[in-house]
Write a protein that binds this ligand. Structure first.
Ligand code: DGJ
Length: 734
């Protein structure tokens, strides 16, 4: 039998730099105030990332960048030219780094991708890049914008233009190129009661992948900081990224063969969640990234400014002063009695509280965490006449009424579960996992979200609820819908839709996103809510670290910071009321205690702290965040107004190291040329019983104004501060 002749595949000529497909066609430049992103569009492939970092002078020429970025042909490398790091790296195309897209057809074909750029449209500092791969049947739209706050936002949209289903396993929201000097990834790690830990990890060869796969992110907040080893809070280059998404995520940082670092971030897709029928598209969550040449604080300020301008949505279009609230959880737990709550409301009003939040335990058979979730009607045994009398008492004091819900959950011991056992997410045939005795409802089913919407909406209107604390107290596991398909992604989208539906129906309603503390404190949630709870650990010492890390990604005014009872319910630690207050007043202040249990002296002091917070919140919640201390035993941080005329700083002593012989405090963010009067506002005094010098007394009582230059560079000696003590310094330019 004669064999058919074999036709060898055609091998293209070797292309040198600047020839054929590698020929650069356009330099695309986006500028922030202090940063620049350079992309090179070539004849073939998607635009390459040439640079992202410090702002470049305007006069840098296209020819110069093309010349220095001409690709070479390394020994042992490909014989044909291929695009270098692009806006979306795929499998194939001689890319061996972590791919940003993994997809294939059900029969296994179409598993590589090789995009061509069809169009790059530009409007100001915003780009829309359209690409296609006719072989694999893919169309791509990448949206990128570099804002004046130096935050780079990106989002991808992938369409299936083929005739078979496309199975997308991974599609990243953003890809970034960092220089070879970056050698540390600061990974956000934690657990319940211990969120927002920052762990520096050395970037050698290979990569670091950080994934969270439970639809709650106690384990890993979806953000990361990156820097060279010597970057500090206020010095050196820093890059940061965060994903606006409340489901699973994947952050990947990898040192490439040439030493540079590639970073990408995107959602974590469970099997089948990225399946696209012909003509269908997958839209990623938005990724946000910041660059700063002023250390990590610069990234924090960029993120805070961006969230204030673009992510947060306020009722009536503008944030009203954040109401100081009292939350019943730590003070009362499940031990709720209407008459006692009425007394708490009166006591709270006398302290200056502006929002009273009734936490878990007010509904159905919910006398502990074993029963009742899902039955969103008030418990007759606690509220014989419903919630309205309590709401009226609260409103009568001019306060707002907040109510706790955990809408996505159901206890098996509930009327709702008995009526609709099929509404829960589960993989049929496997054991039904409970956690805190609860199951997760499939809220992507219209009948389930309608039930929740109607139950909550009716109550919001009839009881007059101003605020919802929306809790979420278990991880998703084996979360399949009724057809057995993974439902993690749809659950998040359904939640966002439900929040929006409630906001639309009740334009004044505010919502707090809580998930056993800080399990859902991301920008995806914050695009639909007005507050996040960063941790159930309200111990002020622990909160110093938790809040400090969280504020590198979130504006303080949306983070709940509460003064709670001592000994602390989680750590057992006892700290002074002043210490707890100093730490809490920098965020969205609240109390987490029973106000009827306070002594007269405690009430007076607490009232004064609340009044101080109210006086300062205009600055605390709009100013520029400052993180100052290099000393691990002491925290110095604060906020400075945009015009640098006023500032508020916290000095908190964590332990004995550096307490006996304190090093000078150096502040940041002030105007070196301005002179400031420093005061320790009421109810504080200089720590008594120690020996402050006369000069110190004069400085801290505003009698000797000090220049910004001295405060930032020379530094001032704080008075002796024992561990677990703190002071708040107010600065006013003279
Ligand atoms: C977890 C939250 O983080 C707490 O603040 C409290 O609301 C409890 N759930 C109530 O069950």
């Amino acid at each position: 039998m004669t064999q058919a002749p074999i036709t060898p595949p055609c091998i293209p000529e070797i292309e040198l730099a600047g020839q054929g497909g590698s020929h650069p066609e356009a330099l695309i430049r986006l500028d922030g105030t202090n940063s620049t992103l350079l992309l090179i569009r070539r004849r073939e492939g998607l635009p390459e990332i040439a640079y992202w970092g410090r702002r470049l002078p305007q006069e840098i020429s296209e020819a110069e960048i093309f010349a220095v970025r001409a690709p070479d042909s390394p020994n042992n490398g490909p014989d044909q030219w291929r695009p270098l790091i692009t806006l979306l790296d795929t499998i194939g195309c001689w890319n061996f780094d972590m791919p940003g897209l993994i997809a294939a057809r059900p029969d296994g074909s179409g598993w590589t991708a090789n995009f061509e750029t069809e169009q790059v449209a530009r409007e100001g500092q915003r780009l829309v890049v359209r690409g296609k791969d006719t072989v694999s049947g893919l169309a791509l739209v990448l949206n990128l914008e570099l804002g004046p706050d130096d935050v780079l936002t990106s989002q991808a949209r992938l369409s299936n233009t083929g005739t078979q289903t496309l199975r997308v396993e991974r599609l990243v929201s953003g890809t970034y190129l960092l220089p070879e000097s970056v050698d540390t990834a600061h990974v956000l790690s934690g657990e319940w009661g211990n969120e927002f830990g920052i762990e520096p990890m050395n970037l050698t060869r290979g990569g670091i992948v950080v994934e969270s796969r439970r639809n709650r992110t106690h384990d890993h907040f979806p953000g990361m900081l990156l820097s060279p080893a010597n970057t500090a809070e206020n010095e050196g280059e820093a890059w940061a990224v965060q994903l606006g998404w409340s489901g699973g995520h994947r952050l990947c940082v990898e040192r490439m063969e040439d030493g540079r670092v590639r970073l990408s971030c995107g959602e974590y897709l469970y099997s089948g969640e990225g399946d696209l029928a012909p003509g269908a598209e997958l839209v990623t969550p938005v990724a946000y990234a910041a660059y700063s040449s002023a250390g990590f604080s610069g990234c924090a300020r960029a993120f805070q400014a961006h969230a204030r301008r673009h992510v947060l949505h306020w009722q009536g279009g503008k944030m009203k002063p954040r109401p100081v609230l009292l939350n019943s959880w730590e003070g009362s737990g499940f031990d709720l009695h209407e008459d006692q709550l009425m007394r708490q409301v009166d006591a709270a009003a006398a302290l200056g509280i502006e929002r009273f939040v009734l936490d878990d335990g007010w509904f159905g058979a919910r006398r502990d965490c074993d029963a009742g979730l899902g039955d969103w009607f008030s418990a007759a045994s606690v509220f014989p006449n419903g919630l309205r009398p309590l709401a009226d008492r609260i409103h009568g004091h001019g306060m707002e009424f907040g109510l706790w819900y955990e809408p996505e959950m159901v206890n098996p011991d509930s009327d709702l579960y008995r009526a609709h056992p099929d509404w829960v997410l589960q993989t049929r045939g496997y054991p039904l996992w409970t956690s805190r005795n609860q199951l997760v409802l499939d809220i992507s089913r219209p009948e389930v979200s309608d039930y929740l919407f109607e139950a909550i909406s009716e109550q919001v209107a009839s009881v007059r609820i101003d605020y919802i604390k929306w809790d979420f107290n278990r991880d998703l596991v084996e979360a399949s819908d009724a057809q057995g398909r993974a439902a993690y992604r749809r659950q998040v989208l359904a939640l966002y839709a439900l929040w929006e539906r409630l906001h639309k129906a009740h334009p004044e309603l505010e919502i707090e996103s809580c998930a056993s503390g800080g399990g859902r404190a991301d920008w995806g949630a914050l695009a639909h809510t007005q507050r996040v709870w960063t941790s159930d650990d309200t111990d002020a010492l622990e909160r110093l670290a938790i809040q400090g890390a969280a504020w590198h990604f979130l504006p303080p005014e949306v983070t709940g910071c509460h003064i709670s009872e001592v000994p602390n319910g989680i750590t057992g630690r006892t700290t002074t009321l002043d210490f707890r207050a100093c730490v809490a007043i920098f965020g969205h202040l609240g109390l987490e205690l029973d106000p009827t249990h306070l002594s007269a002296e405690e009430s007076t002091r607490l009232k004064a702290w609340i009044a101080l917070h109210k006086r300062l919140r205009g600055l605390l919640h709009h100013g520029q965040a400052q993180f100052c201390a290099a000393d691990p035993a002491r925290v110095v941080r604060g906020v400075v107004s945009d015009d640098a005329r006023s500032g508020v700083f916290l000095v908190a002593q964590r332990d004995w190291v550096s307490a006996r012989r304190p090093s000078p405090i150096r502040l940041s963010g002030l105007d070196p040329a301005k002179t400031y009067r420093i005061t320790l506002p009421e109810p504080q005094n200089l720590p008594a019983g120690y020996r402050p010098s006369e000069a110190q007394k004069a400085v801290f009582s505003g009698k000797v104004p000090v220049s910004g230059a001295t405060l930032m560079d020379v530094g001032i000696f704080p008075p002796f501060m024992p561990p677990l003590s703190a002071m708040v310094m107010e600065l006013q330019a003279v």
